[in-house]
Write a protein that binds this ligand. Structure first.
Ligand SMILES: Cc1cc2nc3c(=O)[nH]c(=O)nc-3n(C[C@H](O)[C@H](O)[C@H](O)COP(=O)(O)OP(=O)(O)OC[C@H]3O[C@@H](n4cnc5c(N)ncnc54)[C@H](O)[C@@H]3O)c2cc1C
Length: 426
């Protein structure tokens, strides 16, 4: 069969790998002039490694991702350093990167609240029954079982940070999935995620998968038994097509889809993200912390501060210290339209809170990346909202971040759903 895949992100490339192995002719169309999608990176001439546009790491439980890397023979390039994650309490950052450190965290005292926090965490780690948890919001469930104080101290800031005005609507299965499928050890690829994506693309090309970079598909139309992909280069016919874009883009690409499927796509909610990357002459965190969980309510202008060079060595970046400051935001938020310099003005006072010695002249360069589609929002009873991978148009398939539910989006689940889609298409 002749198959087209839209998108050379992790999902599209993983699907191409399996479809090619099954003996099909595969063409990947990628609108950008690079592969890797949301997990792509960029590089300065004096850096050996690339930096992800949006901070990325893997968990040790990322079986689909790590399994694919093994299959590609690249497992010796995966590293799992031990970076330090911290949480704020009374203006002081405390380690929060192991079960022991979570139990020692002073923000909950050492009485009943700590016990409830521990028991709820244990329950969520052990239970597999997410179907029961998706019937209730995380806000209601956590308030009831962990208690108001634990919820407000530990979980509410995370929900507000990730989902803004939707924070009371997100279902409990989302929190379950985070607790269930994540580890405290964090991994990356030698050279950065972009290096992995480039090596993967190289292996696909060796297998004669054609990757057309810089080609945006404008529409997919069913014409008798074939599917026609229209781009600036003209129209090409395929037996099957897999789309890996956002649900919104999918709806625009294929208006021939039945009303009910289109409605399902358009009703899915998601958050965008704005992430600033800075290269600094000096380290920001004196203590060598990697990930600062920043509580939104305390007046910080972003949700996460991540010092990448406390995860991987600054030697890979010519001695530059790399820091990210980012946030998940609803579309229309001013951060999407502010200039990069305007955003920096908002962020600078906050950097001083992480290191009072911070000076503006430590900044060598900044980059700002923005995406409309960063984080799906799972509402109560969400499983019935998930669009089928196999669409009602014969031969047309759709696999996106919004369908990996109950899991939270991530490269691991992009690989998993890409391969699942390929399995259906073979
Ligand atoms: C802020 C942030 C932090 C994250 N952190 C992590 C993390 O720590 N760990 C982790 O594993 N994951 C993380 N993720 C999630 C991860 O990046 C995604 O889950 C994953 O990259 C999605 O892959 P995908 O292939 O499904 O989609 P994408 O990567 O979005 O790929 C879709 C591709 O389709 C292309 N495309 C769109 N329209 C067209 C068209 N019309 N024609 C041709 N091509 C088109 C796009 O250019 C894109 O390359 C993070 C994401 C964000 C935003």
């Amino acid at each position: 069969m002749k198959i087209a895949i839209l998108g050379a992100g992790y999902g599209g490339m993983a699907a191409a790998w399996d479809l090619k192995k099954a003996g099909h002719d595969v063409v990947i169309y990628e609108a950008a002039d690079y592969v890797g999608g949301l997990a792509s990176g960029f590089k300065e001439p004096h850096w050996d490694w690339s930096v992800e546009k949006y901070y990325h790491h893997w968990f040790q439980s990322d079986d689909a991702m790590l399994g694919l890397i093994r299959e590609l023979g690249l497992e010796d390039k995966v590293v799992f350093p031990r970076p330090l994650t911290v949480m704020l309490h009374k203006n002081k950052w405390h380690p929060f990167d192991s079960i022991l450190n979570a139990l020692l965290f002073p923000g909950l005292g050492f009485g009943l609240d700590k016990l409830r926090f521990g028991l709820v965490g244990l329950f969520l780690r052990l239970t597999k029954n997410w179907q029961a948890l998706e019937k209730v919001t995380a806000h209601e469930w956590m308030t009831k079982y962990a208690g108001k104080k634990v919820y407000e101290r530990m979980w509410e800031p995370l929900l507000v940070g990730k989902f803004a005005s939707y924070y009371k609507d997100v279902n409990m299965a989302w929190l379950w999935a985070r607790m269930h499928a994540r580890t405290t050890r964090l991994g990356t690829f030698e050279g950065g995620f972009q290096k992995f994506a480039d090596l993967f693309a190289e292996k696909l090309r060796e297998q004669r998968v054609e990757i057309r970079l810089g080609v945006s598909i404008q529409s997919i139309e069913k014409n008798q038994a074939k599917l026609e992909a229209r781009s600036g280069m003209g129209i090409e016919s395929y037996d099957k097509v897999l789309v890996t874009t956002s649900p919104n883009q999918m709806a625009k690409l294929c208006p021939q889809l039945p009303e009910s499927y289109l409605k399902g796509l358009l009703e899915l909610k998601s958050m965008g993200a704005v992430v600033m990357t800075l290269s600094l002459k000096r380290p920001l965190s004196k203590e060598g912390y990697y990930w600062f969980n920043v509580p939104k309510g305390e007046g910080y202008p972003f949700l996460a501060l991540v010092e990448h060079t406390n995860f991987v060595s600054k030697e890979h970046f010519g001695g530059d210290h790399i820091v990210y400051a980012g946030d998940y935001l609803e579309l229309g938020h001013e951060y999407f339209s502010l200039s990069d310099e305007g955003l920096l003005e908002k962020f600078i006072p906050a950097f001083e809170k992480f290191n009072p010695e911070f000076q503006r002249d430590w900044i060598k360069k900044i980059w700002v990346h923005r995406t409309n589609y960063a984080q799906p929002v799972p509402l109560v009873g969400h499983s019935k909202n998930i669009p089928a991978i196999q669409t009602p148009i014969e031969g047309l398939y759709f696999a996106s971040m919004s369908q990996v539910y109950p899991w939270d989006r991530g490269t691991n689940f992009a690989v998993e759903i890409g391969r699942r889609a390929a399995g259906l298409m073979k």
